[in-house]
Every structure is written in C-alpha cells, then in structure tokens.
Design a protein around this ligand. Sequence first.
Ligand code: M6R
Length: 605
Amino acid sequence: MCGIVGYIGKRDVAPLLLEGLQRLEYRGYDSAGIVVTSPKTPGLKMVKAKGRVRDLEAKVPARFKGTTGIAHTRWATHGAPSDVNAHPHMSADQKVAVVHNGIIDNAGDLRRKLEADGVEFLSETDTEVLTHLIARSTAEKLEDKVRQAVRVIEGTYGIAVLHADHPDRIVVARNGSPVVLGIGEKEMFVASDIAALVTHTRQIVTLDDGEMATLKADDFRTYTTEGTRTTAEPTTVEWEAESYDMGGHDTYMHKEIHEQADAVDRVLRGRIDDRFSTVHLGGLNLDAREARQIRRVKILGCGTSYHAGMIGAQMIEELARIPADAEPASEFRYRNPVVDPDTLYIAVSQSGETYDVLAAVQELKRKGARVLGVVNVVGSAIAREADGGIYVHAGPEVCVVSTKCFTNTTVAFALLALHLGRTRDLSVRDGKRIIEGLRKLPEQITEILKQEEAVKELAEQYADARSMLFIGRVRGYPVAREASLKLKEVSYIHAEAYPASELKHGPLALIEPALPTVAIVPDDDLLEKNRAALEEIKAREGKILAVAHQPQEKADQTIIVPKNEDELDPILMGIPLQLLAYHTAKALGRDIDKPRNLAKSVTVE
Ligand code: M6R
C-alpha cells in the first residue's frame, strides 16, 4: 500500500528520498510526492506527480536542495490518483506538509467542520484534513500541534510531518500503520517499511500504536500521543541491502521462488534437537506444561498466510493430535468469536502488519487469549503484539505475490507441530521420521526447481485458458487453494480451488475440454480416491495436469515432486505451481511483481 520515507541530516535529501521511494515501489502505488526544507533555507519545496517514482523524479527541478524531507507513494483511497491528491499535502500558508498512510474514518465530518470555518480544500483526500488541523493548532511546539490533531481523528495512520518554522525536525506518529525509525550517525531516517532504510542503517526503532517520535539530525525521542515519554531501544535488522536486489533474475517473484531452498535451510537452522527428536523454538514462551494444556488451536491469517495456516492446522492435528483449524482473520474478527482460554491462537503474517490479522490479535488479547505469531518481519506489529512465536526467516519478500514466505511458514508450522507433538504423544520414532523429512526439504526443493523448463512449457500451453480448476483432498486441498490464488493474482486467469471429494457435489458440472484441472495427487492413503476423481474428470473430457509423486495415467501431464513424509508433502507440492503461475503470467505479459489492484501489505481494512 502507500509508502513513507523521510530523512534529516546533512546530505542532499531529494536523491536519497527518491531512492527510498523506489525501494517501496513494490508495495503498489499510483502517485508520488516529495517535500524538502533545510535549517539554512527555511520554507517548504514540494513536487508531486501522478504515476511512477520516475515521473516524480523527472519533475524535480535541479535546484531542489534541502537536508530534511519527507516523501510518499500513494495508493488512492479517498479521491482518484492525480497530482493534486498525491501526498504530501500542504497547508494554505505553505507551512505544514504531511504524508500519511492509512484511512481517517471521520475525515468527512472534520472536512465539513473545517469548510464551515472557511478552510479551502485543494484535494479530495482524507489526509488534507490532518494538514489543516495541524496548521490551525495554536500550540507552540510542532509536537503539540500534531498531538492535538491526531487526537481528534479516528482511523488508522502512519504520518510524517514537516513544518517550515521547525526545519530542524520531523514529527511522526503511528496508529495502525507502520512507522519505523532508522538511526544513523548524525542523521535519522523514517519509513513505513525497513526496505527503504536498510541501505543506510540497520539500527531500527519500530513505533507502537499510539506512539509518536521527534527526529532531529543527531537525536530522536519517542512519546505517546498523551505526551508521556517512552523508551525505544534500537534493534539491529539482519536483512542485507543486497536482499532487495534482483540478483540477475527478471523479477522478484522468480528470484524469491529460487531462494526457497536457502530460505528453508534458514528456518530450520539451529532449531533441531536430535537428542530428544524435537525442535527448540526459543521465542514460543510456552513451557511443556502449558503446551499440554492446549485443547484447541485456532490459526488466523489472510490470503496466502491463511493457506499456510490451513496446512499448519493439519500438521498440528496429525502430529500433536490437538484439534486445529484455520480461519481468515478478516472473517474471524467480525463474528464476535467465542474466545476460549484453553485454545492457543496463532496469527500468521509475512509482513506482520496486515491490519485484519493485527485487529484479530488485539481483540483476542483484549479477551485474555494466548496468541502466538508466525511472522516473517522481525519486530513487526503482530510479532510485538503476540505473547510469543516463531520467526519464519524467509528474508525480505519483495514481490507482492508471496512464494518463499508461504513455504517457510509451512515449515515453521511443521516445527511447531513437531514440538507440540513431542510434548504430548508423538513417539521418538515419529519425531525422528519428521526430522529426517525436514532435513531433506532444501535438496528436494532444488530438485523441483530444476524442472522449470518443463513447467514453463506447460504454462505456455495453459496460458490461453479462461479459467482453471484446482483440486486436492485433505493434505492436497490447501495446496490447491494456494496454487489457485497464485495463478489468479499474478496471471489474472480465473482459478477456483475445490476439495476433490466435493467434485460430485457441484463442480463436476463445469468439466469440459476448455476447463483444465490441476490436481494435487500425493502418494498417501488417499491416492486411490484422488485417482478416482481424475477418472471422473477424464470421463468428461477434462484436461488434467497432475502434481504427484508418480506419473498419473489419467492425467494429460504430470509434474513429479519428490516424496517426503506424508505430513510434510504439502510443503513441496505447491512449489512447481508457483513456477506455473509465474510462467503463465510471463507468457501473458503481466506485471509480475506488482499485479494490478494488489499491495504487498494490506495495512488498512
Ligand atoms: O503479510 P501477510 O502475510 O499478512 O499478507 C496476507 C495477504 O495479504 C497476502 O498473503 C496476499 O494474499 C498475497 N498477495 C499472497 O500472494
């Protein structure tokens, strides 16, 4: 979604901010803007442009100097994408400039009140309300002006504010939209995403909801919107700046698919305990006695993370014999769920910032539930809000479409299931069996990715399909769900996933030569049942692409995936279908890393 980047120090700020905006491009946006100032030449200079960051760059004049500045990429919510609606928004007296991520729910009411007081609005955005509120505050200090303004708005925000009369500082605030400070040597950075910071500093402070900060070149301080000082110790982020480069691949999606063997190696590293045939999960904050008292597990996530949660729930049921299920966090939080003290809730999120997941976690915590996080971004809001959890260590995922994080999240769930299983009734023998299976994963992923040329040819054959059906049974079903999401979001081909067991109850009516079916057919106890489904499709002249452990007679083509333990097979079976989605999108000339209408992290409702 929208992106914020800001800097205060001694360097020429405009090129630095434009570079930061480029690093946030992957989040999706439709316009961009920048405002700069400096203590030597006070006054705010602003440029905005509809379109890409390069369009903004082209508009920035040669004499656009400053040492303090804020910039933004906007994803239109209130008002169409345009130069005027792009951020920053400036007050009529040209003194206050604001960039904002999030949505102000009471913007309409506030706008009407301000207009009745004679304020003229230039844009259609909700953000402009904030600009006027700050500019009209009679408080002396910029911090107090901002504090007064944010206290009358309802909704979500991550904001950065510049004031022409206070060119020595940037004031920022967070409520529901990420704000991260980057701590440098006599220079400070701010961004909505650490991707914009890691080329400059690895020392990070993540603001909490309800927190504000003042950044000066050589100092920062944090405090609440009530004005109480808070303590903020910088943490070091592990991610390297190079992780954000394309590394010779044509897209981040391709790069991230190919990083999966290494990524899985990372999520396993240092966690396996051969002595007791279990795993150590240091951050879980759940002792063996507590683990034994869990009566249910409920996993919450959105999109791909929800699908990883579905696989996780099956693993937990199978290995730990605890009833478990997954539900979209976006649904869960709106149905006034019964919160049970004996249930372990698990929030899954790559970004750790997805608003629906965060809101579900906050609701659960408010009701006294124990919540774990399975998260990729260290120090993200969900990771901090949870009582404990597992980092999936996939490294930064830049492509909007999630691939390596999905795989690593499923492996993290396998670790959790093994850990819970071994505190309960899973035998040493089965523990060993699962550990051996986990150790095989990186090599097996490499083996799967070697089939890329063959998958590419298949993708080219299927690229003209108008719709595709994905089927799987029990362990194969979440794999089918995720593969269908991958195809639709990156290629825009309609795709639908169904349990293979449900074919006769409706979707069989769709089968005809023009509707290809992708079938997940693991060599497990349901193999014959899955084969029967293939027969039914073939009898109706449906085309079938199977993903299986051995060639499937009824399928037109089979992609062979190496066999692991039954419980771990779902981790691998979706990987060739990531390649299928990628190559289909490529054949169709899609914008693979930034599919239309989608954003990497959805920090608004
Ligand atoms: O950052 P999260 O894992 O919480 O994001 C959840 C979904 O928005 C995300 O998985 C989305 O479905 C992706 N586009 C999947 O490729």
